[in-house]
Design a protein around this ligand. Structure first.
Ligand code: CU
Length: 106
């Protein structure tokens, strides 16, 4: 994780929503709406955490790596097992990386 790109991402998150609201509805989806592919390496149900080996996350300016995320909705983890291929969306909020959407990839 590069500190400069993360800071840039934080600034974007803080600044972009009002700007996006002013753009036409036909504007292409932002990178924040893109799913990232990954594979589940560890599930920690009590902590509500999932460790993912993930591809590049453009919305967070993050290179491919294996790392732990908090789950916005930890109950979702009950549907997954280690080794599952997934696609997900994540945000950086309150100093933590949080998975907001997690779906299986068949
Ligand atoms: Cu990462």
């Amino acid at each position: 994780m590069k500190k400069t790109t993360l800071l840039f991402a934080c600034l974007l998150f803080g600044v972009l929503p009002p700007l996006q609201a002013a753009t036409p509805a036909s504007a292409p989806a932002s990178v924040a709406d893109e799913y990232t592919r990954g594979e589940i390496r560890k599930i920690d149900l009590p902590a509500g955490k999932v460790t993912l080996k993930h591809e590049q996350i453009r919305s967070l300016g993050m290179d491919p790596m294996t790392m732990a995320f908090l789950m916005k909705d930890p109950t979702v983890l009950g549907r997954f097992q280690v080794g599952d291929k997934v696609r997900f969306r994540a945000i950086y909020q309150g100093g933590r990386y949080i998975v907001t959407d997690l779906e299986p990839v068949r």
